[in-house]
Design a protein around this ligand. Structure first.
Ligand code: FAD
Length: 363
């Protein structure tokens, strides 16, 4: 219940005073969606299907993290699983079919508030403006902080790209770093072709961090080995990964192993630094929205409307967040899609109750 209410209340109407009167029509939209993962694609499908002039901006290609997943087995309606690339490609086509414009290879580097307009600026300095913006920028993989890894990234050390590299790993020994579902899925996927897959896990076991079904699949795979309490101390190689130094977390003992392939899945962080000074975020950089902005019952600093932020609305009226980039989000495809849809859902008319009325007149 967000973008449509914001527009209906006239809060997002660009007036004469916003300095955008001469902007060509193609540069002004009802809705700009930033990010082409499940949340952004969900928002684009629902925005365009509600008749909003919608543009989705993606810095690389659509799909997001989900597009990297070899097999998503817990997304509703796909009992046999679905590859993330297939799922998100269908979503892209669906958004386009409803009339959403999709820009790829365009990175957004700034968000500006210009009166009632929200201006989204690209890395080349050009911009589009809109009544509303949905931030669906997800998260990016954390880098492994061990000597050698930076230099060998893309040359034997990979972050979240198990799918594309899989054919080259046929018949070889593969190392995967991480104990969460993304690491488990990559292990299952790569184990089909690789000679062996070794999962390096810092914790005691996979139980605390991985879904039960994946643990079972891993246990049943003869060529997957789990090394708990083990971390990568250093990556070695002359232009290409050749060896890893592994360290036992408990004893401190190290060991060198031959390794040509290492895939790293050690968590992710939102890349939201470009929102500095505009949108409030939590201490880890995730974007705050709705009730999380006003834990003490007061409006967020600088909030000028006499209603509180809608559920997925950020500290800037008319700017919403959906998916993994949101503080305390579920980090699942279904919830990302759901939030993308929810951000543009129509709220039934009628008086508001509860929290929304508390701010009336208080701002
Ligand atoms: C390998 C893997 C397997 C997974 N498996 C499952 C699973 O089985 N089931 C499940 O439910 N979930 C799974 N997940 C999690 C799921 O994929 C994510 O929760 C989901 O993709 C989040 O969607 P999102 O749209 O919020 O963000 P993302 O998917 O992260 O998409 C964000 C998009 O925004 C773009 N972007 C970022 N910044 C900018 C910018 N400044 N300008 C323009 N574009 C930008 C990025 O390039 C990216 O395409 C998996 C994740 C991974 C990595």
């Amino acid at each position: 219940p967000d973008v449509l209410d914001h527009l209906r209340a006239g809060e997002g109407r660009a007036g004469d005073g916003v300095g955008l009167a001469t902007t060509p029509a193609a540069e002004f939209y009802d809705l700009v969606v930033i990010g082409g993962g499940p949340a952004g694609l969900g928002a684009a499908v629902y925005g365009a299907s509600e008749g909003l002039r919608t543009v989705l901006v993606e810095r690389s290609a659509t799909g997001g993290q989900a597009g990297q997943s070899s097999r998503i087995e817990n997304y509703l309606g796909f009992p046999d699983g679905v590859s993330g690339a297939q799922l998100t490609d269908r979503a892209r086509r669906q958004a386009a079919k409803f009339g959403a414009e999709i820009l790829t290879a365009r990175e957004v580097t700034a968000l500006e508030v210009n009166g009632a307009a929200r201006v989204v600026r690209f890395s080349d300095g050009s911009a589009v403006a809109a009544h509303s913006v949905i931030l669906a920028t997800g998260v990016s993989y954390r880098q492994l902080d061990a000597p050698g890894c930076d230099d060998l990234t893309g040359c034997g050390v990979y972050y979240g790209s198990a799918l594309t590299e899989a054919p080259a790993c046929q018949g070889q020994d593969v190392y995967i770093v991480g104990g969460a579902n993304s690491a488990g899925q990559a292990a299952m996927y790569l184990s089909r072709g690789a000679k062996s897959v070794t999962l390096l896990v810092r914790g005691e076991s996979l139980t605390a961090s991985m879904s039960h079904y994946l643990i079972q699949q891993i246990e049943e795979s003869p060529n997957i080995r789990v090394r708990a309490r083990t971390v990568v101390e250093e990556a070695h190689g002359d232009g290409r990964l050749e060896r890893l130094t592994l360290r036992d977390v408990d004893t401190g003992e190290t060991e060198q192993v031959d390794a040509q392939w290492m895939f790293v899945f050690i968590g992710a962080a939102p890349l939201t630094g470009w929102l500095d000074g505009t949108v409030l975020r939590d201490e880890r950089g995730f974007i705050l929205a709705g009730p999380d902005l006003s834990a003490d019952g007061r409006p967020p600093a600088g909030w000028e409307l006499d209603r509180p932020p809608y559920h997925l609305e950020t500290s800037v009226p008319g700017v919403f967040v959906a998916g993994d980039a949101r503080s305390e989000s579920a980090k699942r495809v279904a919830s990302a899609v759901g939030e993308g849809a929810m951000a543009v859902t129509r709220r039934p008319p009628g008086p508001r109750t509860g929290v929304p009325q508390r701010y009336a007149g208080a701002a």
